[in-house]
Ligand binder design. Structure first.
Ligand code: FES
Ligand code: MG
Length: 572
C-alpha cells in the first residue's frame, strides 16, 4: 500500500474516520480494493447545460475515467461552478475568481492525489487552472475542443466574429431576421467552444503551450473522436504523474509563461490571454508583469491564419497540424528547460509530428502573415498602469492617431446615444467608454469593442479608435484599446475624460495620452464623484473590495499565492 499519497490520509485509515471515508464511497459500488492506496484522480468537470461550450463533458469525463482505471487509478468526478460566456450576467468574468475558489477548495478538501481539469468555454480554463495552482497537486488539462467550422450558405462562418458582422448587416438592412436566425444554427452546428481564435481557443493554446496538456490537445475539434482519445490518454497519464510527483509548480515556471506569451502572439490569441495568464502567474508565484507581454511577445510574428485576425477556423488548424506545428516553427525562440505533463519538453513531445499540411493556414516563421503580432502595452496619463491593444486585430492606419473624444459614461449611455443622428461624431473621433472595469461594471465585461455609429457604418467606415477599461471578446476585431488601468471607477484618469478632449494613441511609441494639462485634470478630479459600489452584500461586494487591477490579472488580493494541499484537521 502506498502510504505516501495524500488520499491515504482518508482511505488508508484504520480508525472510525477511515470507516466513514470508505463506507460512504462504497455506496457508489466501488470495490474494496479500490481503497488499497492507488492514486485517486479528481476529474474537475465544468459541465453545464448553461455552458453550451462544455455541455459534452460528461462524455469526456467517462473517457478520462477509462484511462485512469486502465492505469490503475481510482477516478472521482466532481462538479464546480461552470462559467458560460454567453448567458451569464453581468459577465462570466465577474465569477472567474469565485469558480477558482470553488476549484481550489474542492481539490484541497478531498482525498485527491492528482487532478484532471475539463475546460472549454473562456473562463472555465483560467478559473480551474488558478484553483489548481493554489493547491499544487499533479494537474493535467483536457481542453474540450472547438466546434466544427460554421457553414452558412457556402461560406465558413466563425463564432462571435460573425455575430458582429451579422449585427452590422442587420443594421444596414442587408440581412433579414429570418436569415439571421438560420445563420445562428449554421454557426453553432456541433458540440464544442467557439471555433475562432477567440478566448476559448486562446486558452486551449495557452494550456498546451504552458505544458499542461498532452501534445496536440488544443486544436482537436470537440466532435472529433480523437478528442475522446486525448481524454482517455490524459486519464492514463495523470496516474503516472502522481507516481512521478510531477506537480503543477514544476510545469508552471517563468520559462513556461514566456513560452506561452510567444505562442499566443504566433496564434493571434485573444487580449484576454494577458489578464488570465497574469492571474495564473500570481497564484503559482511567478513574477510576471504587463510589460513582459510586450517585451516577450510583441515582436513575434503571426503564423496562424484564423478569424478574427485571418480567414480560417480551428477545425482547419487541426487538419493543418495544430499547435505542434506552431511550436516547431517557434522552436528557436522557446525555452527548452521546461517540463510538460509528459515529463518532457515541447521539443521532445513534438518530434516526428511537425508537418504542416496546409501552408495557407499555418505559415512559416520566415514568411509570416504579420511580422509583429503580439499584444502591445501602451502607457501614459490616460493609463498610468498600462492598457493593451491587439495590433493583429486592428487597422494599421489607426496605429498612430489623434482624435477628439466622444465619451460614454456607461454601456447603457452608449446604447442610448450611439445611433442617434444628432451624435456629434465622425470617423476621426476616439470613442471612450467609462466604468466598465473590474470594480466599475462590476466584473470587466467584453464591451470594449463598441460597435460603430450607424451613420458612420452607412458611410462605409469600418474602424475607429475605441478606449475603455473593459475587455473585448477574443472573437472581436478593431482598433480597440482595452484594460485601461487604473480603471475609472477607482478614480483612474479615464474617469476625467470629457467630450472634446484630444487623445493621442501611438502604438509604435507605446503611448496613450490625454491632451489635458495636469492642472485641469486636478481640477476635474476635485469635482469627480466616485460611483456608488455595485453591491453591498454577497460575493460581488467581496469582489469589488478585493479585486486588483486589470494589469494584475483582476484576481482578488487575498487569493494570490498557494495554500498548498495539506489539511490538518479532520471532519469527524
Ligand atoms: Fe463559450 Fe465562446 S462562448 S467559448
Ligand atoms: Mg469571449
Amino acid at each position: 500500500m502506498n502510504t505516501e499519497l495524500r488520499s491515504h490520509g482518508w482511505f488508508g485509515r484504520k480508525d472510525k474516520d477511515g470507516i466513514i471515508y470508505r463506507s460512504w464511497m462504497k455506496n457508489q459500488g466501488m470495490p474494496n480494493d479500490w481503497f488499497d492506496g492507488r492514486p485517486v484522480i479528481g476529474i474537475c468537470n465544468t459541465f453545464s447545460e448553461l455552458t453550451p461550450c462544455n455541455a459534452h463533458f460528461r462524455d469526456h469525463a467517462e473517457m478520462v475515467k477509462r484511462g485512469v482505471i486502465e492505469a490503475g487509478g481510482f477516478p472521482v468526478e466532481f462538479p464546480i461552478m461552470s462559467l458560460g460566456e454567453t448567458l451569464l450576467k453581468p459577465t462570466a468574468m465577474l465569477f472567474r475568481n469565485l469558480a477558482s475558489m470553488d476549484a481550489e477548495e474542492s481539490i484541497r478538501g478531498n482525498p485527491i492525489d492528482g487532478v484532471v481539469l475539463l475546460t472549454g468555454c473562456d473562463k472555465t480554463t483560467p478559473s480551474t487552472v488558478m484553483g489548481a495552482a493554489s493547491v499544487g497537486l499533479p494537474t493535467i488539462v483536457v481542453p474540450g475542443g472547438p466546434m466544427l467550422n460554421g457553414k452558412y450558405r457556402g461560406q465558413d462562418i466563425g463564432s462571435g466574429t460573425h455575430v458582429w458582422k451579422f449585427d452590422e448587416d442587420m443594421k444596414l438592412g442587408k440581412m433579414s431576421q429570418e436569415d439571421c436566425e438560420f445563420a445562428e444554427s449554421c454557426m453553432s452546428r456541433s458540440i464544442g467552444h467557439c471555433m475562432t481564435m477567440g478566448t476559448a481557443s486562446t486558452m486551449a493554446c495557452m494550456v498546451e503551450s504552458l505544458g499542461l496538456t498532452l501534445s496536440g490537445a488544443a486544436a482537436i475539434p470537440a466532435a472529433d473522436s480523437r478528442k475522446k482519445q486525448m481524454a482517455q490518454l490524459s486519464g492514463r497519464r495523470i496516474v503516472e504523474m502522481v507516481k512521478e510527483n510531477l506537480t503543477i509548480d514544476k510545469i508552471l515556471t517563468r520559462e513556461a509563461f514566456e513560452n506561452a506569451i510567444k505562442v499566443n502572439a504566433a496564434v493571434g490569441g485573444s487580449s484576454n490571454f494577458i489578464i488570465h495568464l497574469c492571474a495564473i502567474a500570481g497564484r503559482i508565484g511567478v513574477e510576471l508583469n504587463l510589460e513582459d507581454f510586450d517585451a516577450i511577445g510583441s515582436k513575434i510574428p503571426l503564423l496562424l491564419n484564423l478569424m478574427p485576425s485571418g480567414k480560417y477556423l480551428m477545425e482547419d488548424f487541426y487538419y493543418a497540424g495544430g499547435l505542434p506545428v506552431i511550436l516547431n516553427e517557434l522552436k528557436d525562440h522557446l525555452h527548452k528547460n521546461v517540463v510538460t505533463v509528459t515529463g518532457k519538453n515541447h521539443h521532445e513531445n513534438i518530434s516526428g509530428n511537425t508537418t504542416c499540411y496546409n501552408a495557407d493556414v499555418i505559415t512559416t516563421y520566415d514568411n509570416p502573415i504579420i511580422e509583429e503580432a503580439g499584444c502591445v502595452v501602451v502607457k501614459g496619463n490616460l493609463a498610468l498602469n498600462g492598457a493593451v491593444i491587439k495590433p493583429s486585430a486592428a487597422s494599421p492606419a489607426l496605429m498612430k492617431h489623434r482624435g477628439r473624444a466622444v465619451v460614454f459614461n456607461s454601456i447603457e449611455d452608449y446604447h442610448e446615444r450611439i445611433d442617434s443622428p444628432d451624435l456629434d461624431i465622425d470617423e476621426t473621433c476616439v470613442m471612450v467608454l467609462k466604468y466598465v472595469g473590474p470594480v466599475g461594471y462590476p466584473g470587466m465585461p467584453e464591451v470594449g469593442n463598441m460597435a460603430l455609429p450607424k451613420k458612420l457604418l452607412e458611410k462605409g467606415v469600418t474602424d475607429m479608435v475605441r478606449i475603455s477599461d473593459g475587455r473585448m471578446s477574443g472573437t472581436a476585431y478593431g482598433t480597440v484599446v482595452l484594460h485601461v488601468s487604473p480603471e475609472s471607477a477607482i478614480g483612474g484618469n479615464l474617469a476625467l475624460v470629457e467630450n472634446g478632449d484630444m487623445i493621442e494613441l501611438d502604438v509604435p511609441g507605446r503611448k496613450l495620452h490625454l491632451d489635458v494639462s495636469d492642472e485641469e485634470l486636478a481640477k476635474r478630479r476635485n469635482n469627480w464623484q466616485q460611483p456608488a459600489p455595485a453591491a453591498t452584500r454577497g460575493y460581488v461586494s467581496l469582489y469589488i473590495k478585493h479585486v486588483m487591477g486589470a494589469d494584475k490579472g483582476a484576481d482578488m488580493d487575498f487569493l494570490l499565492g498557494s495554500s498548498g494541499s495539506t489539511v490538518t484537521r479532520d471532519s469527524h
